[in-house]
Design a protein around this ligand. Structure first.
Ligand SMILES: NC(=O)c1ccc[n+]([C@@H]2O[C@H](COP(=O)([O-])OP(=O)(O)OC[C@H]3O[C@@H](n4cnc5c(N)ncnc54)[C@H](OP(=O)(O)O)[C@@H]3O)[C@@H](O)[C@H]2O)c1
Length: 261
């Protein structure tokens, strides 16, 4: 799983093409993500682009790492194969690299336990519709409940950035050999002012990179996967340029101290 991926919620066909061109191979999407104009599902937009680049021989399917998610209305065990098949049809693919439960809440929660949903996820893993399975927005109690099945999720995708470091969650996941994936790595809608932070700016100036690059390098350096979304081509390129500088230990500590949540 490439540690730097591309988020696709409210993205565009052009941004997916630009991301492939810039070198991204890991794409995060979901059945319910829409494009920027909210006129078409992102999976369908991505499917058209993947079809182009794979059929023209520019990129092989095996080079891509495609992640999609199970929505809250599909948590019943027998709904999981139907839901993933819908995503695969939209994407024009015959398998996903990773399939996640988008969140622990279910519109059918009264009838469906997390363990039942997780068994449905294991069914699609065993039938080869996805290469791996994981969760998103789970707390530690919820993760513990599915670990009881003996099937370990490969990742928990949660909100994380310098204002929301998720230190206890990261420690818990690492102790179980589960990766953490950070969504909204630049603050998203929860902390829209993150990229104006004075400390991030000071560190960014020292390394001659942007505040966004510092926010993401911080995650990578502590072993966390990042999935920034950008429609501006300049940002798309910049957000993958995370491997030419190193944060010093005290800078990592200073960033960690920005945590507010
Ligand atoms: N599992 C979940 O429940 C969940 C929830 C939320 C998100 N996600 C996933 O995580 C992805 C990313 O999260 P997000 O979209 O909430 O937030 P984000 O990636 O933290 O922020 C996206 C915003 O930052 C801007 N931006 C991107 N790169 C920048 C840069 N280098 N400098 C300045 N601004 C920059 C973008 O601008 P432009 O687009 O205008 O270029 C966009 O407005 C989503 O697309 C989705 O795939 C998952």
């Amino acid at each position: 799983m490439p540690i730097a991926g591309f988020g696709t919620s409210f993205a565009t066909e052009q941004s997916i093409r630009d991301a492939l061109e810039a070198g991204y191979r890991h794409f995060d999407t979901s059945l319910n993500y829409m494009n920027k104009d909210e006129t078409i599902q992102m999976e369908i937009v991505m499917g058209n682009v993947f079809n182009d680049v794979i059929s023209s021989g520019k990129i092989k399917r095996e080079e891509l790492f495609i992640v999609s998610k199970l929505e809250e209305w599909d948590h019943q065990r027998d709904r999981v194969p139907i839901a993933i098949t819908q995503s695969l049809t939209n994407l024009g693919l015959d398998y996903l690299d990773l399939y996640l439960i988008h969140g622990p809440e279910s519109t059918e929660r009264k009838n469906v336990s997390l363990v039942e949903t997780w068994m449905g996820m294991n069914d699609v893993l065993e039938s080869g519709l996805t290469k791996s399975i994981g969760v998103s927005n789970f707390d530690r109690t919820q993760i513990r409940s599915i670990l009881g099945t003996g099937v370990v999720p490969v990742t928990n995708q949660v909100i994380s950035n310098p204002y929301w470091t998720q230190k206890p969650m990261l420690a818990y996941l690492q102790s179980h050999n589960i990766t953490m994936t950070a969504y909204s790595p630049m603050g998203g809608i929860t902390d829209p002012d993150l990229l104006k932070d004075a400390k991030l700016n000071e560190i960014a100036q020292f390394h001659r990179v942007s505040n966004a690059q510092i926010a993401m390098r911080y995650q990578i350096q502590r072993g966390v996967i990042v999935i920034p979304k950008a429609n501006h081509q300049k940002y798309i390129v910049q957000n993958l340029d995370l491997f030419s500088f190193n944060l010093l230990d005290y800078e990592m500590t200073e960033i960690e101290a920005l945590n507010k949540h």
